[in-house]
Design a protein around this ligand. Structure first.
Ligand SMILES: Nc1ncnc2c1ncn2[C@@H]1O[C@H](COP(=O)(O)OP(=O)(O)OP(=O)(O)O)[C@@H](O)[C@H]1O
Ligand SMILES: [Mg+2]
Length: 433
């Protein structure tokens, strides 16, 4: 993960960067917003921007928007007050990071924007076959279409293919076609020339050029509109791209991987996806089966995730009790591997004396012996406001994990940032009352 830090490099910022670097991030520094903008335009692969609240964040946000840049912007403040934090969010920053840094918070922010996952678990026969096929096609430059339900591991597979390819020492660049607004996606992919549209005051290098010699993942490609599909097809056929507003094509040399959780053939039939592009991308198709069709993987995943989350929380790896394992293996897993991952994360935090039993899993439809939300308790909730009940739930959860905010946030299924904000809100309302 590459982070661009805009502002003076004082002690607190260095501390924060050290934590981020230890967690695998690369830091690029810019002294002011002009320099920062140039770095973003140059195709340096910046994945998030950290900017000092003392900088003119509003102007920076406007300038990145003008250039159709969608990189997330996080403001930081050194011993700053909550007013400044609020102002930075109002100016367009997505998050606010108080410094001196809290390691936990930096880890959470990095995790929310990070994409460096590379463990490929496969223990079932079906999955082993898919991985085998992936390894076979990795060294070639053929496009690969990776399909499967949400949470089956399509992105993990894309990274795995890159890591096994001849391009493994080059960049892996991923563009989520569903997350970027339609009108900004073209510039994100192909870049633009100065003056290409109102607001394009500079040349911008897009992801195609950024990933040249490497691999470009077009994530959720079914969400790309038809006009852009035509441009993409041309780029794949000619191995050259036109920057928006550009008059000379630029040669690119890259390998394309694409994912979709929709049935692209059906999209073609219904006129939402170009058939010629489908054939171009679908040279090889890797279909990831849903987790419920490869139950032999569940045990390996449960062991892997419980180890991973125990380590993250500085706990010894818990033992998974037999009844818990049986429940895991029998469950439907509509959310696939991602759901199992979240379940194991919660289970590690709820584990008791180093053991994960069935109660720690909190699986829907599976009875917990300490279940306490029975009918009469639900009735007592009637008449209370949602925010009131929410407050009680948040405070009780926090109490049950001895005030550990990251544990509480995980159990509640909200971000650490949301939890911080809620607690601030409660504090403020108490001061008023
Ligand atoms: N084979 C695997 N080995 C290790 N971790 C995996 C594997 N498959 C999935 N995961 C984990 O499960 C989660 C979901 O995987 P991923 O993001 O690749 O799914 P996806 O198919 O791209 O989902 P979506 O369609 O929602 O984007 C990730 O946190 C990933 O690390
Ligand atoms: Mg994905």
């Amino acid at each position: 993960m590459r982070l661009l830090v805009i502002g003076k490099f004082g002690t607190e910022v260095s501390q924060a960067c050290k934590i981020a670097t230890d967690k695998g991030a690369k830091i690029i520094n810019a002294e002011n917003i002009e320099q920062g903008l140039q770095k973003l335009l140059s195709g340096d692969g910046v994945e998030a921007v950290l900017i000092d609240v003392e900088q003119d964040i509003a102007r920076f946000v406007i300038e990145t928007m003008r250039e159709h840049i969608t990189t997330p912007i996080i403001a930081y403040g050194i011993n700053a007050d909550s007013k400044k934090a609020a102002l930075s969010i109002k100016a367009g920053a997505q998050e606010y990071l108080p410094l001196p840094p809290e390691e936990e918070l930096i880890a959470a922010i990095l995790e929310s924007i990070s994409d460096e996952k590379l463990e490929m678990i496969s223990s079932s026969e079906v999955m082993k076959k898919v991985v085998e096929l992936a390894e076979k096609v990795s060294p070639s430059d053929a496009s690969v279409l990776i399909t499967g339900e949400s949470g089956t591991g399509k992105e993990v597979m894309a990274r795995y293919i890159h890591s096994k390819s001849n391009r493994k020492n080059e960049k892996f660049v991923s563009v989520n076609c569903a997350a970027i607004p339609e009108n900004l996606l073209e510039s994100e992919l192909f870049g633009h020339e100065k003056g290409a549209f109102t607001g394009a005051l500079n040349r911008r290098i897009g992801k195609f050029e950024e990933s040249s010699n490497g691999t470009l993942l077009l994530d959720e490609i079914s969400e790309m509109d038809l006009r852009l599909q035509a441009k993409l097809l041309r780029a794949l056929q000619e191995k050259e791209i036109d920057r928006v507003g550009g008059s000379t094509p630029v040669k690119v040399n890259l390998r394309i991987l694409a994912t979709s959780n929709r049935d692209l053939k059906k999209e073609v039939k219904e006129g939402r996806f170009r058939e010629d592009l489908y054939f171009r991308l679908n040279v090889i198709q890797l279909q990831l089966p849903p987790l419920r069709e490869r139950r032999d993987d569940i045990k390996a995943f449960a062991a892997y995730f419980s180890g991973k989350f125990a380590e993250q929380n500085s706990l010894a790896k818990p033992k998974i009790a037999d009844d818990a394992m049986r429940a895991l293996e029998a469950y439907e897993w509509q959310g696939n591997v991602r759901e199992l991952e979240n379940t194991m994360h919660r289970a590690v935090l709820l584990s008791n004396k180093g053991v994960i039993d069935k109660n720690c899993l909190m699986l829907e439809g599976i009875e917990n012996s300490n279940e306490n939300t029975n009918g009469s308790e639900l009735k007592t909730l009637v008449g209370r406001t949602v925010s009131d009940v929410e407050k009680e739930l948040i405070l009780n959860t926090l109490g049950s994990v001895s005030g550990n905010r990251s544990k509480a946030a995980t159990i509640l299924g909200i971000s650490l940032r949301t939890l911080h904000n809620k607690l601030k809100e409660y504090e403020a309302s108490q001061q008023v009352a």
